[in-house]
Write a protein that binds this ligand. Structure first.
Ligand SMILES: *Cc1c(COP(=O)(O)O)cnc(C)c1O
Length: 396
């Protein structure tokens, strides 16, 4: 098929919910992807923080291929070695007792919300308020879009489930006023992703922890975008010296194979009885085989250290551009390889121009250029990005 035929066929049949760029991707290699015309792109989006090992990572391809040859799927009514191993690894990394596997971020959060509600209801049937942050993003299912503190995601989908309230991120006074004995959980991203890469103040998450303890509410960290070593520690919340009651992962966990997970303590997990939650596909052998390789590689290849070093270098270089274009660039922020550059105008045009020059970046929250590349990139890849960005920004 020609690209034109692919566009036409897709547009005729695929539900148009994505504002797509007119390229057809064909294959990838490390931090690069190639379109059907053979044009090469450096991938600073990584499938939106998914391709943590880049594309076509040999050990990942091998593990998936071997697992596919043995058994792609079996019901969660049976045990598999790959799932037991993946659960053990996540327990160790999170220092939590129990893990549940889902298929996506929204599903992981949905499970976390269900668990928090069940846990709170055992103490008090009216203890159901879930507080989330303005500009948060937690998913697209009815409960998780309600948890998402952005009205544009709610419009037209009511009636939405009850019991969700919103506070400004990083504003502890607002949270304190909102909380009570009826608060079931506070759910936050340790660093906001879709909302525009917002890093909280050093003390904020610790203060949130204290309020949760005071009101016997659970603290849920959505680490779906900021987790998996991207910010320099396995979970971003670790850098703020806090502990969660429930933490969720997805995106990069299986390097591109759909998966989600939540982790929690034995105490909280005990609220779920047999049959209270489940998933047909969640944590199936194919996904878990992939997750095991991703988790091992992050550890063995020190990808967290790499994310921190290369991320610092990237932020330093972006800050040089900010100094060069002070009227255009407002702020560079982030941790490790989760970086945003806020500009004073919509970012779409810049993203388009970068694409033209073989550079895949993304814009979130309208005017924040977002860089969430594979964790395997090195300084040379940053040096490849900078002249392109410079050239594009010069024309703005
Ligand atoms: C992407 C994302 C989600 C939703 O994940 P899906 O796999 O698209 O359902 C939830 N929370 C955060 C922080 C995310 O970045």
């Amino acid at each position: 098929m020609t690209d034109e035929e692919i566009y036409a066929e897709d547009e005729a049949h695929y539900l148009p919910v994505f504002a797509r760029y007119k390229i057809v991707l064909d294959h990838g290699d490390g931090p690069y992807v190639y379109d059907t015309q053979g044009k090469k792109y450096l991938d600073y989006l990584g499938g939106i923080a998914v391709n943590v090992l880049g594309h076509n990572y040999p050990a990942l391809v091998k593990a998936i291929s071997e697992q596919a040859g043995k058994m792609i799927h079996c019901s969660n009514l049976y045990y598999t070695e790959v799932q037991a191993k993946a659960a053990e690894k996540l327990s160790e990394l999170s220092k939590m007792d129990k893990v549940f596997f889902a298929n996506s971020g929204a599903e992981a959060n949905e499970g976390a919300i269900k668990l928090a509600r069940k846990y709170a209801h055992l103490a008090d049937k009216d203890k159901s308020q879930i507080i989330t942050a303005v500009h948060s993003f937690h998913g697209r299912t009815i409960a998780t879009l309600t948890a998402t503190g952005q009205p544009k995601y709610h419009e037209g989908f009511g009636p939405l489930p009850n019991g969700f309230s919103y506070v400004d991120y990083n504003d502890i006074d607002q949270l304190e006023k909102m909380m009570s004995d009826k608060t079931c959980a506070v759910m936050l991203e340790a660093i906001q992703g879709e909302g525009g890469i917002h890093v909280p103040d050093e003390k904020y998450l610790q203060q949130v922890r204290k309020l949760c303890d005071k009101y016997n509410a659970l603290l849920i960290f959505d680490e779906i975008q900021c987790g998996m070593g991207r910010t320099g520690t396995f979970f971003a919340y670790e850098q703020f010296g806090v502990k969660a009651d429930i933490v969720t992962l997805a995106k990069g966990l299986a390097g591109g194979v759909p998966i989600g997970a939540f982790m929690t303590s034995n105490k909280v997990a005990a609220a779920f009885k047999l049959g209270d939650h489940g998933s047909t596909f969640g944590g199936n052998p194919l996904a878990c085989a992939a997750a095991n390789v991703v988790l091992d590689t992050i550890k063995d290849d020190n990808l967290m250290g790499n994310a921190k070093n290369v991320g610092n270098y990237l932020m330093g270089e972006l800050n040089k551009l900010r100094e060069k274009y002070p009227a255009l660039i407002k702020e560079v922020r982030g941790r490790g390889l989760m970086v945003g550059m806020e500009i004073n105008k919509p970012g779409r045009e810049i993203v388009d121009a970068c694409l033209n020059y073989g550079m895949i970046i993304n814009c979130t929250a309208g005017n924040v250029l977002r860089f969430v590349p594979p964790l395997i990139i090195n300084k040379h890849h940053v040096d490849e990005l900078m002249p392109v960005l410079d050239r594009v920004l010069a024309t703005q």
